[in-house]
Ligand binder design. Sequence first.
Ligand SMILES: [Zn+2]
Ligand SMILES: [Zn+2]
Length: 85
Amino acid sequence: MATCEVCGNDYWMAFEVRTVSGDVHTFDCFECAAHKLAPICEHCDVKILGHGVEVGGRFFCCAHCARNEETQGAEIRDAVGSRPA
Ligand SMILES: [Zn+2]
Ligand SMILES: [Zn+2]
């Protein structure tokens, strides 16, 4: 048994997540893991649950948000499904 560090639920299927810094966190569900660990888009404030977009150390949920904040502007594109220029 392990206790979720977000909600406190003591749950037999709780799991651990190891981050890039080496920290290990325990959660009872993905929602709690996202609440604690997911980065937040600097443009629209949503939790970034997919790959997201990183530009110069800043995180965005998508290329649209990155284009609105970064000087690279039109150069930033979503990797999947983007139409060739
Ligand atoms: Zn939880
Ligand atoms: Zn966004």
